[in-house]
Write a protein that binds this ligand. Structure first.
Ligand code: TXA
Ligand code: MG
Length: 324
């Protein structure tokens, strides 16, 4: 499907004008690039699913520029939700809240809850302020594929399918928002992300994300197991050395946390953070997967990150990328 010539630029007016006409625009956020359309326009919502090749059963996050704007679309903003929004917005936290009628069932995949978030990127915040409607924006990749953290990544994924990519540079956080819901007085994490469990714990008890296949699937269908995946098969293992010894070295990519693997050629190894910093590792994760994928190797072997803070979100993505 090549319906558009895809342009990359920094022109907010072009972006706003296309969106107002029901067209799609890829937008920068602090987490990953989003594929945005008018949340209140049924045709725009439909074409997002088409451009991504995404099943309609997987709902979309509604993006706004302020807490006041969120209140236009949710029936109720419990005190805990407001407290979290005040602490983390704009930022990588997505909240599931009861929707008002204006948000269609096509956006929420039939759920009475809508996901809302205020992204923290100056260009996109300015864009949202100029528009008189909110934007739905899934990550701007084809269904099941690697999330984009640069305009170039978006072009690789969606060239010919959308008219415009608003270029806001590389994403500063690099991993998706944390998706949470509320259960009595607790916070349930549906998708691990840039706001860590540790950061939420000081506000309320936290119920961690269930593995795919459990009841969380019903609440957040996006928790599909095979996801965020390169085309090259990916193995996620703590014994990289042993597993790598079973493949031809020149066709084996290694994705490592802080140290190179001695005895293996350096050209197919990517170390996410030589200083062992999880923020840096998250920022570079998807770029590393794009780079390794472009080498057309037989296999990518990825190492688990420390299972704390942002490491949990990175491990979640690597685990899913490894399940085919
Ligand atoms: O960081 C992010 O959240 C990025 C940027 C662009 O904002 N967006 C993003 O969207 O990652 P997407 O569509 O790739 O992932 C959204 C996740 C999915 O797991 C989806 O199932 C879940 O949020 N979700 C969205 N609306 C929901 C709803 N109404 N109920 C339950 N889960 C929902
Ligand atoms: Mg996604």
């Amino acid at each position: 499907m090549v319906a558009h010539e895809t342009h990359i630029g920094k022109d907010l007016e072009v972006a706003a004008d296309l969106l107002a006409r029901g067209q799609l625009v890829a937008i920068p956020t602090e987490t990953v690039y989003g594929l945005a359309g008018n949340a209140l326009n049924a045709d725009a919502v439909r074409s997002i699913f088409a451009a991504k090749g995404r099943p309609q059963s997987n709902p979309l996050i509604v993006h706004t520029h302020s807490i006041a704007a969120i209140e236009d679309f949710v029936l109720d903003l419990p005190p805990l939700a407001l407290q979290l929004l005040e602490a983390f917005s704009p930022g990588p936290l997505t909240l599931l809240l009861p929707k008002k009628k204006g948000i269609s069932d096509a956006v929420t995949a039939g759920s009475p809850l809508t996901a809302v978030r205020i992204p923290n990127h100056p260009l996109t915040l300015e864009l949202l302020r100029r528009l008189d409607f909110p934007l739905v924006a899934p990550s701007a990749n084809r269904f099941m594929s690697i999330s984009p953290t640069t305009a170039e990544h978006v072009l690789q994924q969606l060239d010919g399918r959308i008219p415009y990519i608003l270029d806001g540079g590389p994403c500063s956080t690099g991993i998706e928002s944390t998706v949470i819901g509320f259960e009595q007085d607790a916070i349930r994490i549906y998708r691990q992300g840039a706001i860590t469990e540790e950061m939420l714990q000081s506000f309320a008890p936290v119920i961690a994300a269930s593995s795919p296949g459990t009841d969380a699937l019903l609440h957040s269908p996006g928790m599909l197991s095979h996801h965020y995946a390169p085309r090259t098969p990916l193995i996620w293992t703590s014994d990289v050395q042993y597993v790598a010894s079973g493949f031809p070295v020149e066709k084996t990519g290694l994705l490592l946390f802080s140290d190179k693997l001695p005895g293996f050629p350096e050209y197919n190894q990517i170390v996410l953070s030589p200083s062992g910093n999880l923020e840096e590792a998250a920022r570079g994760l998807y770029e590393a997967l794009y780079q390794l994928d472009a080498k057309k190797l037989d296999v990518i072997i990825a190492q688990p990150m420390p299972d704390e803070g942002l490491g949990r979100a990175i491990n979640d993505r690597l685990r899913r990328a490894s399940q085919s």
